[in-house]
Ligand binder design. Structure first.
Ligand code: PMP
Length: 299
């Protein structure tokens, strides 16, 4: 990923959910606001934790007006923020940032839980990146945090030690016993990525997989992609069928044909194809064949 020397990689616990609180606890300056872009359920959870901590937070852009079907383009970055928080891929609504905002002196913080290692990006754009490992990096129970060194000096003395980035950086993630076995598996997944030819090769396969499904969705009125074409995720592809009954049948028939996990998140319904790095191209080809047959029989 070409992470520069002036960043530290930390292995923490308690999932990305813990980061929703650790980010404001550590990065909040004494003055200014914590700024958030709201692109759906996971952004909302991050914002809710900032609110609980009683800090001065601001939602600077949101796509709630259109049911989170797009990534906002006009973001009022301002000059007074402690950081700007984004969710790089919205796992539930199937949207993903195509280009990251340039936030200048304001550290950009990204929750990359559902798209880290799916493509190359420029780490220099970010002050902090966090991700629960369980999508593209390894097992649940490992959280990866990539933080720029200068931000470690922001961690206040008076926050709980176990939530302090600086303590974990100073102790090489060994402040207390980490999830050693989980981190070992993350190491194996990194080797697997290298065996595939590296991140650029993995990205090429991911794009091919996503293109196949989007092409199928765009080629018919039977299926309808829910995300705006400019904001589409290459990890979670969300779509609808003409009725909820047909969606139920689609998911049941797909399950019977050996394709599991296609049900949309319970909060939004519909269909969701989560095609993380571990899903091979052949799996996507089977899905697309199945979609075409299903349309012929039920359309
Ligand atoms: N952020 C995003 C984008 C997610 O997809 C998830 C989990 N699906 C979370 C945060 C929550 O992560 P965790 O379950 O590791 O706490």
């Amino acid at each position: 990923m070409k992470i520069p020397e002036n960043y530290k990689v930390l292995f923490l616990q308690a999932g990305a959910s813990a980061q929703f609180a650790m980010v404001p606890l550590n990065l909040m300056k004494r003055s200014g606001t914590a700024d958030y872009v709201n692109t759906g359920a996971w952004s909302k959870k991050a914002i809710a934790e900032a609110k609980k901590l009683g800090i001065d937070y601001k939602v600077v852009a949101s796509s709630e007006d259109k049911n989170f079907s797009y990534i906002p383009e006009n973001i009022d970055i301002g000059s007074n923020g402690s950081y700007l928080h984004i969710t790089s891929n919205n796992t539930i609504f199937g949207t993903q940032w195509a280009n990251y905002p340039n936030t200048g002196n304001i550290p950009l913080v990204a929750d990359m839980s559902s798209d880290i290692y799916c493509r190359r990006f420029d780490p220099d754009l970010f002050g902090l990146i966090y991700a629960g490992a369980q999508k593209n990096a390894g097992p649940a129970g490992v959280t990866i945090v990539i933080i720029r060194n200068d931000l470690l000096d922001r961690s206040p003395e008076n926050i709980p030690t176990i939530f302090n980035y600086k303590i974990f950086a100073e102790n090489n993630s060994l402040y207390n016993p980490p999830n050693c076995y989980g981190i070992y598996i993350v190491g194996l997944v990194m080797k697997w990525i290298l065996d595939q030819g590296g991140i650029d090769k993995v990205e090429a396969v991911n794009k091919k997989k996503a293109d196949l499904i989007y092409k199928t969705l765009d080629g018919t009125d039977f299926f309808k992609a829910t995300a705006d074409s400019k904001s589409r995720s290459i990890m979670n592809i969300t779509f609808r069928l003409p009725s909820e009954d047909l969606e139920k049948k689609f998911i049941a028939d797909a399950t019977a044909a050996g394709m599991a996990g296609l049900k949309g998140h319970r909060s939004v319904g519909g269909v969701r194809a989560s095609i993380y790095n571990a899903m091979p191209l052949e799996g996507v080809e089977s899905l697309v064949d199945f979609m075409q047959i299903f349309e012929k029989q039920n359309g």
